[in-house]
Design a protein around this ligand. Sequence first.
Ligand code: CA
Length: 232
Amino acid sequence: MAMILIAEDEQAISVLLKYNLEKAGYETVCVAHGNRVLSAVEKNMPSLILLDWMLPEISGLELCKVIRNNPDWKNIPIIMLTAKGQEEDKIAGLSAGADDYVTKPFSVPELLARIKTNLRRSSSVASAIKKEYVFRDIVLNTVEKKVFRGENYVQLGPTEFRILQMLISNPQQVFSRDEVLKTVWGQSIYVEPRTVDVHIRRLRKALNEFGPDYIRTIRATGYSLDDHQVEE
Ligand code: CA
């Protein structure tokens, strides 16, 4: 299921968008402040961003440039939402790297159609760099953001997914809590190292429902994905 980040400070619009997007089958995350947008992108890795032009603290235009300059985020489609309808604003938005541009008040069916088009375009870009990681019976697909264990679909939260992606892309390699923190949460966000343990526990619980425990805990060091049962 595609996750859409709604960055909009007008509550009425944000509620309207959330309602309609969820009805259309998308997951949503809403933020109302410019300075929350980047951490929300980092945390949720959305499939698409609806970005209001006029946001408190940091404008949508500035945020658009920052997102486009980040190698991990540069392929996330951005649709700018704006009350301004002037041609020069549209050009500014598009040259800042927005993929599309919708003027308020917008029609919901039209916006949904644009979202669909932009998601389709980005998934065809993503499939060109399609990645599937396999470890024993665990399969992680970075395009569909899905994990299977044999025939079983393993439901993971976005954080657990990213931790597993890190482990499965380098099996047998031991990652320290700090490395997990930096890769999964990013350097800019402060998270207690213990939080890693909490998410590892959740990841283990979800995975082990369908097979043996391949996550190895190396005491005082960190974690790895490994099928050698090494006792501490
Ligand atoms: Ca606004």
